[in-house]
Design a protein around this ligand. Structure first.
Ligand code: C2E
Ligand code: MG
Ligand code: MG
Ligand code: MG
Length: 282
């Protein structure tokens, strides 16, 4: 009966779509239960204001510990979660888990001033409960609002600018810090940036990857640094993998860094050990 299912010259069952479509459906099915089964884990990547100084905080990055596939990275399930609405449960779990972990760290001497950065998806950013969810997470874990950074991509904030500004203003009023992630990939106007109640611009990894002296990338980085200075925003470079990238970024005026060179995303316990080791050897 295969032929009967075929339309416009292709059969659903014969096409290579078959395996992909089935796998996709299976993924959605599995993801639906991932949160309640406790299969999500957070890894933490260190953030530095200055690579010569101790860690100032961590970015929480979600991973899915799938029973048969192993550790699945966010790019392979966050887009699916956004399309199916499962993202709300995931983002809420991430927010609470990151706050729970931060509270543990801040109760230690080493981590007393640490911050945690949480990525907010486009869907979650516009969720009517966002403000309340954030407030509750902070209250539940007895954290000051300034210890939480919400990372929102430039592209997300650029959609419906007026609505975005209203949401960001409410978050800023609460005292939560705002970081504009993947900066440089969207099309923010200077006028818009001036009104944006943000604290940080995160230069997209794409500009750091092949960063060399006197290239377009270098010009863009220094333009973003100048923009940050003019608007009193901290500028962070992400994806720093080599010493030469770090050196050039410093020359361009960017000392806030994140990347494999300084620390990979790691489990919470490893993060604490790495931060401690770093302090001992410095
Ligand atoms: P992002 O927020 O821009 O996070 C940075 C990504 O770059 C992370 O990938 C990180 O592991 C990777 N990275 C960091 N340093 C380096 C480096 O030196 N070299 C290279 N090649 N890569 C580096 P990851 O963890 O796979 O996350 C990818 C994206 O998924 C994130 O991009 C973020 O947009 C999203 N994401 C991660 N966790 C969450 C989450 O809890 N909720 C939501 N909604 N999105 C998340
Ligand atoms: Mg991020
Ligand atoms: Mg980024
Ligand atoms: Mg990204």
């Amino acid at each position: 009966h295969r032929k009967d299912l075929g339309r416009d010259g292709y059969s659903f069952f014969d096409s290579s779509m078959n395996a992909n479509a089935q796998e996709y459906l299976q993924l959605i099915h599995d993801l639906r239960f991932a949160v309640e089964r406790g299969e999500l884990v957070l890894h933490y990547q260190p953030k530095f204001d200055d690579p010569a100084q101790p860690v100032v905080g961590a970015e929480a990055l979600v991973r899915w510990n799938h029973p048969s596939r192993g550790l699945v990275l966010p790019d392979d399930f966050i887009p699916v979660a956004e399309k199916t609405g499962l993202i709300t449960a995931i983002d809420n779990w991430v927010l609470n888990e990151a706050c729970r972990q931060l509270k543990i760290w801040r109760d230690t001497e080493l981590g007393a001033d640490w911050t945690v950065a949480v990525n907010v998806s486009a869907v979650q950013f516009r969720h009517p409960q966002l403000i309340e969810t954030v407030r509750q997470a902070l209250d539940r874990h007895q954290l000051p609002a300034r210890s939480l950074i919400l990372e929102i991509t430039e592209t997300t904030t650029m959609r419906d600018v007026e609505e975005s500004l209203a949401i960001l203003q409410q978050l800023a009023k609460m005292g939560v810090k705002i970081s504009i992630d993947d900066f440089g990939t969207g099309y923010s106007s200077l006028m818009y940036l001036r009104r944006l109640p943000a604290n940080e611009l995160k230069i997209d990894r794409g500009f750091v990857r092949e960063l060399k002296q006197d290239t377009e990338d270098a010009a863009i980085v220094s333009a973003i640094v100048a923009l940050g200075k003019a608007l009193s925003l901290n500028v962070v470079a992400e994806g720093v993998e080599t010493m030469s990238q770090q050196k050039l970024l410093a020359e361009l005026g960017c000392n806030s860094l994140q990347g494999y060179l300084l620390g990979r995303p790691m489990a919470a316990d490893d993060f604490m050990c790495a931060a401690d080791d770093r302090l001992q050897t410095n």
